[in-house]
Design a protein around this ligand. Structure first.
Ligand SMILES: NC(=O)c1ccc[n+]([C@@H]2O[C@H](COP(=O)([O-])OP(=O)(O)OC[C@H]3O[C@@H](n4cnc5c(N)ncnc54)[C@H](OP(=O)(O)O)[C@@H]3O)[C@@H](O)[C@H]2O)c1
Length: 255
């Protein structure tokens, strides 16, 4: 796949920045592959990478980004802090440490501010304590977990909704309706899940440690899922979480 083939749209954020709708997830679960990240940037045209201090791969990403030869300013990087970093000074310090590990001067110190796993109640509480509305909210989103009320709330407040675990950690790939649609469209189940998420206006960050799967996951901009099939996928929501349930959390934060 040549870089020019990835025609990934961007979504404007209230911060003035634009975020590519497709990103590459990284994680402490399931391993990290240097070669796969380099391939994603260099050969698949990925320009958005999601990480977190907790994933333990910020300094590995520094090496992969350097080796890819793509300029820092052309790559959207998200990292996340941990609840132990709460508080103004702690957050600033943790951001600088993340910058150092990632080998970047800035995440601006942060150009855009996001939260993760914030439900409406958390965002309402934040309103009372903060003057800046977060630019992004990163939340679990896949065919079995489509929190539409939260998506609508974020849209009304100009908060871009970013969906993690778009493949439901692989669980969605064997669902009969998804397999049926994958046959109908001549696409893989992963491509159906990613395309559906993007068509629903969600910034989508599938993770793979395998170069060939990353290529597959990027080939989602040359077909459209018909509206009635989007509805079929929308109807698969059963509320299950494959990551964790933020309704059990009193409060949490991202960069
Ligand atoms: N903010 C948060 O609390 C939070 C929580 C969880 C995740 N995240 C972010 O979201 C990203 C994605 O979430 P996730 O990794 O948990 O779940 P996911 O992207 O839904 O699924 C990843 C799993 O699917 C496999 N996979 C990927 N592409 C595939 C394909 N084309 N065919 C078959 N299997 C495929 C991967 O295995 P291989 O690696 O072996 O390909 C991995 O086991 C994470 O990397 C992280 O950046 C954020």
């Amino acid at each position: 796949m040549a870089v020019a083939e990835l025609k990934c749209p961007v979504l404007p954020l209230a911060s003035g920045c634009s975020i590519p709708v497709l990103g590459l997830g990284t994680s402490h679960q399931g391993g990290y592959s240097h070669d796969a990240v380099v391939h994603a940037i260099q050969s698949c045209g990925i320009r958005h990478i999601d990480t977190a201090r907790r994933y333990g791969c910020e300094s590995l990403l520094q090496k992969a980004i350097k080796e890819s030869g793509v300029k820092r300013e052309d790559i959207w990087l998200t990292t996340k802090l941990w609840p132990s970093d709460y508080g103004y000074e702690n957050t600033k310090k943790a951001c600088l440490e993340s910058c150092e590990r990632l080998g970047v001067e800035c995440l601006g110190l942060c150009r855009s501010i996001g939260v993760s796993n914030f439900l409406i109640s958390h965002l309402e509480q934040l309103k009372e304590d903060c003057v800046i509305t977060p630019h992004v909210n990163q939340v679990e989103y896949h065919p079995f977990q489509r929190p539409q009320e939260l998506v609508d709330y974020c849209r009304r407040r100009d908060i871009v909704f970013e969906g993690y675990c778009p493949l439901a950690k692989g669980e969605a790939l064997t669902h009969p309706s998804i397999i049926q649609l994958s046959k109908k469209y001549g696409r893989t189940p992963a491509q159906i899940c990613i395309r559906w998420s993007i068509q629903n206006g969600i910034v989508t960050i599938p993770k793979s440690t395998k170069a060939e799967r990353i290529e597959e996951n990027c080939k989602v901009f040359d077909f459209t899922i018909a509206e009635d099939d989007v509805e079929v996928l929308n109807g698969l929501h059963d509320g299950r979480h494959v990551s964790w349930d933020p309704s059990l959390v009193v409060f949490c934060i991202l960069i």
